[in-house]
Design a protein. Structure first.
Length: 82
C-alpha cells in the first residue's frame, strides 16, 4: 500500500508579535520563576519576544542572578567578620 501524503490548498502561517518592539517574535520568554519543565499558561507565564528583546531580557535575568549572589556573599562576609 503506498504512503499517503496530506495536501492542502492553502496554508496560513501565523506569527506572534513581540510585546516590546512590535516586530515578529522569534522567541517565547518565560516570565515565571517556576522551575517545572512543562508550564502551561498564556500571558502570565510567557511573553513573545523578538530576537533583540529576548537577548536583552535574558541579560537582565543574568544580572539579577549576579546581584542576588553578590548580596548573599556580602551578607555572609559581614556575619563572619562580626
Amino acid at each position: 500500500m503506498p504512503a499517503l501524503m496530506a495536501t492542502a490548498e492553502y496554508v496560513t502561517k501565523v506569527h506572534a508579535i513581540c510585546t516590546r518592539t512590535g516586530n515578529l517574535a522569534n522567541y517565547s520568554f518565560r516570565k515565571s520563576s517556576n522551575d517545572n519543565l512543562v508550564l502551561l499558561g498564556e500571558t502570565e507565564e510567557y511573553e513573545p519576544l523578538s530576537r533583540a528583546a529576548f537577548y536583552k531580557a535574558m541579560l537582565k535575568e543574568r544580572v539579577k542572578e549576579i546581584n542576588v549572589e553578590a548580596e548573599e556573599i556580602s551578607s555572609k562576609t559581614k556575619r563572619s567578620n562580626a
